[in-house]
Design a binder for this molecule. Structure first.
Ligand code: UDP
Length: 362
């Protein structure tokens, strides 16, 4: 008999398992995929670490989370500075003084501030993503950088989306083009997969095992279940499926250097993918070959991998109804899937540490 059956060997499950195991709990980790690491999983392709499920850049301002992760890996000095390609022109991104120089020729913070203020559409109380973006940056920036990308990513009119989705993007009136404002940032030098090997060392872990279809047998193996899958799966989606965005990743092997940067955003509606990642640039490597990945957002269908929760009111209500039915004495929920939250990795680590610390074991 185990103390914890941990369903899902992604970041939440692996950190939780490590923490509880170190406190003497008996843990069994299972995952329906044939590998650990969840969507952080990286595949070594001739020395290039391929982010198989989209680019993962670790960033945090939490000293505690950064120290914790550094126990399991060494990070390189990568700083995320993607570029945007729109109608054949390349722009600096996130929006910073270089972007405004490229667009409007302004070259000082004061000029940029004045230009941006003049461009803003006066909307007193923005009620959706489009209105919020227009009120912050005006029409030209909105249509060049945000509208098309957002429409492709979410397959919804930006007027039907909450502004929170784009509030993660910074706008700077300096030449700082770091995508994130966190104190710490980097990519694990050996990729993400070895982190999971380290976190799960000496913890029984089985891949290719489905929990939901063998639920009662699985439940009988442990006192508590730590479930990191989607909550609707626990109930056969009997009151409806929570909506997600799925992604198709098209990997291509080429020679040389394809784009000279790790990530190029394609913000036009007419280009079917949102980004191209060139993985070797996450690691400053100079291999003769290169792997690029085009990301195609798709509607999610039951049974497919889930990537981005669609956090609107309807889904929030559905989520609450499922959440109320979960037996909190037996079940612990966590991670992007089970919490139905658009988490970054550092938030998942933090919440796994907090959740594990709150467990009464031992
Ligand atoms: N976004 C955009 N243009 C871009 C990049 C992002 O409009 O070039 C918007 C889009 O709606 C996206 C959101 O900002 O869903 C968050 O982007 P982020 O890069 O944080 O997304 P992730 O890396 O998680 O896919």
């Amino acid at each position: 008999m185990y103390d914890y059956l941990i369903v899902g060997a992604g970041l939440f499950g692996a950190v939780f398992a490590r923490q509880m195991s170190d406190r003497g709990a008996r843990c069994l980790v299972i995952d329906s995929r044939d590998h650990v690491g969840g969507n952080c999983y990286t595949r070594n392709d001739g020395g290039i670490q391929v982010h198989e499920y989209g680019p993962h850049i670790f960033h945090t301002s939490s000293e505690r989370v950064w120290q914790y992760m550094n126990r399991w890996t060494r990070f390189n000095h990568y700083v995320h500075r993607p570029k945007v390609c729109y109608r054949g022109r390349i722009y600096s991104f996130p929006i910073n003084l270089m972007t405004l120089y490229q667009l409007w020729g302004v070259s000082t913070p004061a000029e940029a501030k004045a230009a941006l203020e003049a461009a803003r559409v006066p909307i007193q109380t923005p009620s959706n993503l489009e209105e919020w973006a227009l009120s912050q940056v005006g029409e030209e920036i909105y249509y060049t950088f945000i509208c098309g990308y957002t429409r492709k990513q979410w397959h919804r009119d930006p007027r039907d989306l909450p502004a929170d989705i784009v509030k993660r993007l910074v706008i700077r009136l300096t030449f700082d083009d770091n995508y994130f404002s966190d104190r710490y940032q980097g990519i694990p030098v050996a990729g993400y997969t070895p982190i999971f090997g380290a976190l799960l060392a000496n913890i029984p872990t089985e891949t290719g095992v489905d929990f939901v279809s063998n639920r009662s047998m699985m439940e009988s193996q442990a006192t508590k279940i730590v479930y990191t899958g989607s909550i609707d799966d626990l109930f056969g989606a009997d009151i409806g499926w929570l909506e997600w965005r799925n992604m198709s990743f098209e990997h291509e092997y080429l020679l040389g250097d394809f784009q000279g940067v790790s990530t190029m955003h394609y913000t036009e509606d007419s280009v079917p993918f949102t980004r191209i990642c060139e993985h070797k640039h996450f690691a400053f490597s100079h291999h003769e070959h290169t792997i690029i990945t085009r990301e195609y957002p798709r509607d999610w269908q039951p049974g497919e991998p889930r990537h981005y929760p669609i956090n609107d009111e309807t889904n929030a209500e559905l989520y609450r109804r499922y959440r109320d039915r979960v037996d909190g004495r037996r079940y612990v929920l966590g991670g992007r899937l089970a919490d139905y939250r658009y988490y970054d990795m550092h938030q998942v680590v933090e919440s796994a540490l907090v959740t594990a610390a709150a467990e009464r074991h031992g």
